[in-house]
Write a protein that binds this ligand. Structure first.
Ligand code: NAD
Length: 514
């Protein structure tokens, strides 16, 4: 098929047919991007940042149309499109417009050894070139938009591939940048499936910013390794929420409810594992079940975006059933197969199931229990993923001490998931959740090369360095004395100064003929 058919997952109605980009066209896309980037890289960062503010105005003008498009193509409630995609994008533009000029200024590095202070070091930043942004379908707007914005403000050009399940939203993103007056070819959106993503990698982009599944992440890294192309991988998760014994039950269950079921659980940072004190478990599960049953299918949950996801959900449920896991509520698709019913499972054997161990990426929470805090921490860490975790407690300092033991990229105390939308804080994972960081100054620096410049403090301080040829016994004694100075406490060091100075002066008097 030459077209990508964008459909409303709620009704099956065709929203738009979008021509697929041909793999043969990709080299030209990169060539054009390269030309545009060479001009853009010379635009002062302040002016690039100002462009973001203009883009923000354009985005705000299109809020209604955009939230509707996200809702129609992705199936999430319009309220979620607004709060979890467009609002964080507006905030991100404001934040990076301010941060970029500041963060990209040269930075001084102080050399700690006084003998080397006749020279100084600075870091300077320069754009990577043309980068590839390959995006998933679950937050089709915010995730891709954020990467593109930071790539552009740091002076790069972008070739962007939206998910084949979010092509219409991808097209809207391109339109926003066009309307905001970014130069032609600076951002180019290509449409298609994995083969188009793979064709992009063949063009040796300066870096690949990938958000998606672990499986695809591994394939991308393998292909990128052929050209030593660096990658940032934002992958899946199986996030745990630890409820501490002092937690308020009403608060904790509401947190789990949103953490597990926002965007119908199709969230990398979804609360998929709940770790509750054994003594609290029965009451906790009863209250959470009640709250789950109150969720409105239409206004709170939206529909499942794609069929493959339904298959994973059903497979995990089926296996859990076969293993005799307890279903507190949910456990199937709706009769018309458009929605995954919110499901809570637990009981004996839960930890040995796929629904507890693997990313379901659907509205499913698997509950397990613990007796001691160490057991809770060990259970939370017992996962091949490490994206985000939550701790719910009324004792914040205890929550923080638990947080410091969790092997994840982010921990939220008395909150869930939402830090993925914060522009100011780093977002990313450890273990199979990937590497590299989005957002914050750390995320911005992922989009630039760092150049270290080391220079004499003043031009009259340009002299032959101590370690240059010729190697002599006097030079060796001087370096031995220098090394000896590294050992011991303050008084021991002081006692070695006379010998060190004697060696130094002797060395300065040697004939340094070449
Ligand atoms: P996916 O891996 O199936 O696809 C992601 C993108 O990769 C799509 O654009 C797809 O066309 C492209 N692609 C597929 N094969 C490719 C290949 N060989 N070469 C290049 N590109 C290729 O993921 P998905 O189903 O769209 O998204 C869901 C996954 O994304 C979940 O695992 C979720 O946890 C993860 N995710 C992670 C984050 C995060 O920030 N860590 C955020 C959102 C989603």
């Amino acid at each position: 098929m030459d077209q990508i058919i964008s459909r409303n997952p709620r009704t099956g109605e065709v929203l738009k047919e979008i021509p697929k980009t041909k793999a043969e066209a990709i080299p030209l896309v990169f060539e054009r991007a390269k030309r545009a980037q060479s001009v853009w890289a010379n635009v002062p960062v302040k002016d690039r940042a100002r462009k973001l503010l203009h883009l923000r105005d354009v985005l705000v003008r299109h809020v209604d149309e955009l939230s509707k498009t996200i809702h129609l193509e992705n199936g999430k409630p319009e309220a979620e499109a607004l709060t979890c995609e467009i609002l964080p994008a507006v905030e991100l533009l404001s934040y990076f417009a301010t941060l970029a000029p500041h963060a990209l200024r040269d930075k001084k590095i102080k050399l700690h050894n006084p003998l080397l202070r006749y020279r100084k070091s600075i870091l300077t930043y320069w754009p990577l070139g043309t980068v590839a942004v390959i995006a998933p379908w679950n937050y089709p707007f915010f995730l891709a938009f954020g990467d593109i914005v930071v790539a552009l403000v740091t002076g790069n050009a972008v070739v962007f591939k939206p998910s084949e399940h979010a092509s219409l939203v991808g097209q809207k993103i391109q339109e926003l940048f066009d309307e905001a007056g970014f130069a032609v070819d600076l951002l180019q959106t290509v449409f298609g499936e994995g083969d188009i993503g793979s064709a992009m990698i063949d063009q040796k982009p300066a870096k690949i910013f990938f958000t998606g599944s672990v499986r695809t992440g591994k394939a991308i890294m393998k292909q990128a390794s052929q050209h030593l192309t660096p990658v940032t991988l934002e992958l899946g998760g199986k996030d745990a929420m630890i409820v501490l014994p002092d937690a308020d039950l009403d608060y904790a269950t509401s947190a789990a409810l949103w953490g597990g079921f926002t965007n119908s659980g199709q969230v990398c940072a979804s609360t998929e594992r709940l770790i509750v004190p054994e003594k609290m478990a029965q009451e906790f599960v009863a209250l959470l079940t009640k709250k789950i049953q109150k969720l409105s299918a239409e206004s709170d949950l939206g529909v499942c975006t794609m069929d493959q996801q339904k298959a994973v959900y059903e497979d995990h449920l089926q296996e859990a059933r076969e293993k005799g896991v307890q279903f507190y509520c949910g456990g199937s698709l709706t009769e018309n197969r458009t929605r995954m019913i919110p499901t809570l499972v637990g009981g004996i054997g839960i930890e040995g199931t796929k629904i507890y161990q693997e990313e379901t990426f659907g509205p499913v929470i698997a509950v397990t229990t613990y007796k001691t805090l160490q057991e809770a921490i060990q259970k939370a860490n017992d996962s091949r993923y490490g994206l985000l975790a939550s701790v719910i407690t009324s004792n914040i300092s205890l929550g923080e001490s638990v947080a410091r033991e969790l092997q994840v990229g982010s921990v939220m105390i008395n909150e869930v998931a939402f830090s993925a939308g914060l522009a100011e804080t780093p977002w990313g994972g450890v273990k199979e959740s990937g590497f590299g960081r989005k957002h914050s100054e750390l995320g911005l620096l992922e989009f630039v090369n760092v150049r270290h410049i080391n220079k004499p403090r003043f031009s009259f301080l340009t002299f032959k360095s101590f370690w240059w040829f010729p190697y002599t016994s006097v030079q060796t004694s001087f370096f031995r004395a220098w090394i000896e100075m590294g050992r011991g406490g303050f008084f021991e060091k002081m006692s070695k100064i006379p010998h060190f100075l004697w060696c130094f002066v002797k060395f300065l008097k040697t004939d340094r003929r070449y």
